[in-house]
Ligand binder design. Structure first.
Ligand code: DP6
Length: 322
């Protein structure tokens, strides 16, 4: 009746933006990511006889409203599959700061899917866990498997899941997250996905997705940094072009975001292995080799408007700890 799981957030190289089915989070295109080692969410789920409602405690604070409802939806699925009627207490903690440009929902729902299913006595395989996590947050499907991960869009609920294409040890990469703003909350991904179709550019982005996915997969498998860098930057730029031309428009970049992007391009032209990718916020994920992580972090910290740099290497799969 009790289980604890740990999952890592992930950074996408081919982005998920827009759903065919918003409720089920069936995406309009497949995506690619790597898990981030060193950053983690730990979640404990206990099904309890004495509860009349589910309880969610996030970073030592009790949550209600939309956050709790999203968690209860996953617990309901687990209850339906296991026949358990009991309400649950969910206690979750992140070891990384919120507002640092690292999506916590991916790690949170991957850890929740694992802990809740195990606590209920279900023995789900990796694909089924990825589907369950996806129902909470699309990108969470990619935090279930380890290392370098592909989320195939699939044809229906069951076939839309993520799997590892290479383990974490396959390629010694690192993510240096240049924090340029921890300020006011941006429009979150969940609110953003339904706007994707209001941009005339989304159809073109989606139509070309299979080509980008193929290039990205090969670049990762062949450890071709140059090819990887150019497809990941192009994909991030495409997603932001869609965001900026949505109705209402979503402008996530700040002046310092562009300053980092520009510097990263210049550094790469000068022979330093770096590229950028940006999610639904102003902070910039700068990917490099693990051996360059300290040097790149230092360079990023010296840029005007960069308040902090968080670093991570390639992480493994979500796993149970109890
Ligand atoms: C820009 O998975 O956070 O980070 O399914 O509504 O929880 P929900 O959205 P989410 O969307 C991620 C958007 C992105 C790109 C990506 O991670 O692929």
């Amino acid at each position: 009746m009790k289980s604890t799981a740990i999952a890592h957030p992930n950074i996408a190289f081919i982005k998920y933006w827009g759903n065919l089915n918003q409720d089920l989070r069936l995406p309009v295109n497949g995506s690619f990511s790597m898990n981030l080692e060193g950053l983690a969410t730990k979640t404990q789920v206990i099904f309890r006889e004495d509860l009349s409602e589910d309880i969610l405690i996030l970073n030592e604070k009790e949550e209600d409203g939309a956050g709790l409802a999203r968690v209860s939806q996953i617990l309901d699925e687990v209850r339906a599959a296991s026949g358990i009627q009991l309400k649950a207490e969910v206690v979750s903690e992140n070891n990384f700061p919120t507002g640092a440009g690292i999506a916590s929902s991916a790690a949170a729902f991957a850890a929740l899917a694992l802990a809740a299913s195990k606590a209920a006595g279900l023995d789900l395989d990796e694909a089924a866990l990825s589907v369950l996590a996806r129902h909470g947050s699309g990108s969470a499907s990619r935090s279930v498997p380890g290392g370098f991960v592909e989320w195939q869009m699939g044809e229906d609920d069951k076939s839309s899941y993520a799997f590892s294409i290479a383990p974490a040890e396959h390629w010694d990469l690192a993510d240096c997250v240049a924090v340029v703003s921890t300020g006011h909350k941006e429009t979150g991904s969940t609110q953003g996905h339904p706007l994707a179709d209001t941009s005339p550019l989304q159809a073109a982005r989606v139509a070309d997705a299979a080509r980008r996915i193929e290039i990205c997969r090969n670049a990762i498998l062949e450890r071709d940094f140059e090819a990887f860098a150019s497809i990941a930057e192009a994909d991030s730029d495409l997603m932001h072009a869609v965001m900026m031309t949505s109705n209402p428009a979503l402008f996530y970049w700040k002046p310092a975001t562009l300053r980092v992007m520009d510097s990263v391009r210049n550094w790469r032209a000068a022979g330093i292995p770096v590229f950028y990718t940006i999610d639904a916020g102003p902070n910039v994920h700068v990917i490099t080799y693990r051996e360059k992580m300290a040097e790149v972090s230092k360079m990023l910290k010296e840029l005007e408007g960069v308040s902090d740099v968080l670093t991570a290497t390639v992480g493994g799969a979500a796993h149970w700890v109890e």
